[in-house]
Design a binder for this molecule. Structure first.
Ligand code: ZN
Length: 136
């Protein structure tokens, strides 16, 4: 279900959009920002970091997860992905597996368009039967 952005999402969205501005996307020109709240209530953000050797590029979600781990978090409560256009930017397959490593059954994924439309789903809806995803 997609709805309009509410005030409760503004802090995460602001962090994701700040990171999005710094995305290194000289090849795709598709700048993505992500921000998450972890089990310590800290927020962490990330952007995509592309590379001339394309497969070495890293998605925004992966960058945010790395920042969380650096700062001692180990569980994602909510993660928000800010799209650079009017379409939602759901996590790619690889990022779904990366999120699964740090998600539980209550983890939420918010996808936000450039226009501010938001779609929220449970992580478990994005990757049913995930490998290694057995946390309560
Ligand atoms: Zn990805």
């Amino acid at each position: 279900m997609s709805t309009t952005l509410s005030a409760q999402h503004q802090p995460l969205l602001a962090k994701a959009q700040q990171a999005q501005k710094n995305a290194h996307a000289p090849y795709s020109h598709f700048k993505v920002g992500a921000a998450l709240i972890d089990n310590t209530t800290q927020t962490h953000s990330g952007c995509n970091v592309e590379n001339a050797a394309y497969p070495l590029g890293q998605c925004a979600e992966a960058t945010a997860i790395g920042m969380m781990v650096v700062n001692g978090g180990n569980l994602i409560r909510e993660i928000l992905i800010a799209s650079p256009n009017d379409d939602f930017c759901p996590p790619c397959g690889g990022c779904r597996q990366k999120i699964a490593e740090f998600a539980d059954k209550n983890t939420l994924v918010h996808m936000v368009t450039q226009q501010g439309e938001i779609k929220t789903v449970l992580f478990s809806e994005l990757l049913p039967f995930a490998f290694g995803f057995d946390k309560d």
